[in-house]
Design a binder for this molecule. Structure first.
Ligand code: PRP
Length: 178
């Protein structure tokens, strides 16, 4: 599977180190806030697992699954909820956990949607962000790495639902597409 990568952007060790830094910052910022971490399926599974285990605060977690109407790899900003939260978030300090912010359209919709449910706060943590792909501005409090506008897989990120279980993050080799 690793042979399908053209270039490794971040190794498992680099990801672990950066997530530990983010976990430390979240521990400090939410020390007295009893945060609720909300992962966005499916890409955020790996980030959520490693981020929460690097934290010292006990946290609650919940999940949403959303689908963005769009053509192929491009999201449109029109989002449909496939799985909603299991709980009421009124008065809660919510932290959305994402693998990647690309155009920002999904996140922008999600922040507004969760914000309308009466939480005490809504912040975002993402492992990756592509500043050059941004179509809307979304405030992201915790960012692992800003990356170039390239298609990347691994560590939760997929190509046709594959490669999520790669431990590193990288770009796919040409032969995978052809
Ligand atoms: C990815 C990612 C974000 C979204 C970012 O999810 O997890 O939710 O795309 O794109 P945007 O910033 O352009 O809106 P995807 O729809 O690929 O689903 P997945 O997590 O199940 O792979």
């Amino acid at each position: 599977m690793g042979a399908d990568l053209a270039r490794v952007l971040y190794t498992e060790a680099q990801i672990r180190e950066r997530l530990a830094e983010l976990a430390g910052a979240i521990d400090r910022d939410y020390a007295d806030k009893d945060p609720l971490l909300i992962g966005v399926l499916k890409g955020a599974v790996q980030v959520m697992a490693d981020l929460t285990r690097a934290m010292h605060l006990t946290t609650e977690t919940d999940w949403m699954a959303v689908s963005s109407y769009g053509s192929g790899t491009k999201s449109s900003g029109v989002v449909r909820i496939l799985k909603d939260l299991d709980r009421d978030i009124t008065g809660r300090h919510v932290l959305i956990v994402e693998d990647i912010v690309d155009s920002g359209l999904t996140l922008s919709w999600l922040v507004a949607n969760l914000g309308s449910r009466g939480p005490a706060s809504v912040e975002v943590c993402t492992l990756l962000r592509k500043p050059d792909a941004a179509k809307v501005r979304v405030d992201v409090r915790y960012v692992g790495f800003d990356i170039p506008n390239e298609f990347v897989v691994g560590y939760g990120l997929d190509y046709a639902d594959r490669y999520r279980n790669l431990r590193d993050i990288g770009t796919l080799a040409e032969h995978v597409y052809s």
